[in-house]
Design a protein around this ligand. Structure first.
Ligand code: FAD
Length: 366
């Protein structure tokens, strides 16, 4: 006979781990399904080696981290130390995690859901979708540059070569300062070129502080604003290259424009151009989403689909909740008055943990 669990948690990121820890403390039966071979696989796959992890609390929130065990320390430790901290918590609390178990779908209706994994099936009353948002965006260039890296696996590989980092957010900024530091410490005279499609870079205070420090310490960073990745090309030596040009190019008259461009071997390009939400997965689960049209959305773009959630982060299907990166940077909240409004939801460790607390609080009272 299959045992019925109180809750199945998808993903062992900060959100999923916090939910598991709270389930354990509340004496609830639960399992965490993780598609990777380690906890925090999402973070392992996306953070540059040695990156400092900030315990950032987003604007408008004042409460401390609700699950202190998963909070990154205030002294901004490296990602490796943060992983060690969370691994220790998992061991100490003997959290029940199924590794290499990819979530595939949900069958049945409340209160008897059957969660399908790549290896097993789990009977449960509630499901928490905490699988993050790590479906990388495309560069959008002709012949999509599949060989371009999305993160740095080993920073030392880039010593001695000029590197192009594309993207205007925190992930790109983190990669730029990490690479610059590695180069500076190795007395390498090559540069990290940091290109963004618009003039404005959007990074948070903590990331900006590290980047500023790196620049002041003599970091080899060159910034390329309004730089558009154009096309892949193969040079005379048969090397795949990415060509990038700056749009401030001069109009020479007679319908002629002079563009300033640079070309990098694709293997020296890192595209940190974000991820898109798991909208297709929500569709597959038949969860209600609302398409942004007209002036409905301020954060999501026109045509993007946002998951509809109650204040307790419950979807239109009773007992199915979504938390953390999976619903960032915004979702549609149904207010107590029945009004639906786009709600900002920063993709931060804090937010994922706060979400886990909200959901587990709701389950406690059921
Ligand atoms: C480069 C970078 C730097 C960042 N730095 C910071 C920082 O300093 N401070 C901060 O607060 N935030 C930072 N963030 C954001 C932060 O990492 C995320 O907000 C946070 O990890 C979200 O947690 P989560 O649990 O929702 O999802 P994730 O951490 O993405 O975890 C999701 C987990 O689900 C697993 N999974 C995915 N699909 C499935 C599936 N089908 N079946 C089973 N398991 C699945 C993944 O393997 C992963 O382990 C950073 C993000 C990036 C990319």
């Amino acid at each position: 006979m299959v045992t019925k669990l109180d809750v199945v948690i998808i993903g062992s990121g900060p959100g999923g781990l916090a939910a598991g820890l709270l389930a354990k403390k509340q004496h609830r039966s639960y399992v965490i399904l993780e598609k990777g071979s380690s906890i925090m696989q999402g973070i392992i796959d996306t953070y540059p080696k040695g990156k400092k992890v900030y315990p950032t609390i987003p604007k408008g929130y004042t409460d401390p981290f609700p699950v202190q065990e998963i909070k990154p320390p205030d002294e901004r430790v490296t990602v490796e130390d943060y992983l060690e901290q969370t691994q220790r918590i998992v061991l100490e609390n003997e959290l029940c995690i199924e590794y290499n178990e990819e979530f595939l779908g949900i069958e049945g209706v409340y209160p008897e859901y059957l969660v399908k994994g790549s290896h097993g099936t789990y009977l449960t009353t509630s499901v928490i979708l905490g699988f993050g948002s790590n479906i990388p965006n495309d560069l959008g260039i002709y012949g999509e540059a599949k060989t371009v890296a999305r993160n740095i696996e080993n920073g030392e590989d880039y010593i001695g070569v000029n590197v192009l980092v594309i993207g205007g957010g925190n992930a790109a900024a983190d990669v730029v300062s990490s690479l610059s530091k590695i180069k500076r410490e190795a007395s390498d005279s090559t540069y990290v070129y940091w290109a963004h499609i618009t003039e404005k870079f959007e990074i948070n205070k903590d990331t900006a502080r590290d980047l500023g420090e790196e620049m002041l310490l003599g970091g080899h960073i060159k910034i390329l604003q309004r730089a558009v990745p154009k096309i892949g090309e193969v040079d005379a030596d048969g090397i795949d290259r990415l060509y990038i040009h700056q749009t401030s190019s001069a109009n020479m008259g007679d319908d002629l424009y002079l563009y300033q461009g640079m070309s990098f071997p694709m293997k020296n390009v890192i595209a940190c151009i974000g991820t898109h939400g798991p909208s297709a997965i929500f569709d597959g689960l038949d969860l209600q989403q609302i398409t942004c049209t007209g002036a409905i959305c301020k954060i999501a773009k026109e045509g993007e689909k946002l998951l509809m959630l109650t204040g307790d982060l419950e979807t239109n299907k009773k007992g199915i909740f979504a938390i953390g990166g999976a619903i960032s940077p915004s979702y549609m909240e149904i207010g107590a008055d029945g009004m639906i409004k786009e709600k900002k939801h920063s993709n931060l460790i804090y937010t994922a943990i706060v979400d886990a607390k909200i959901v587990m609080q709701k389950l406690l009272h059921e």
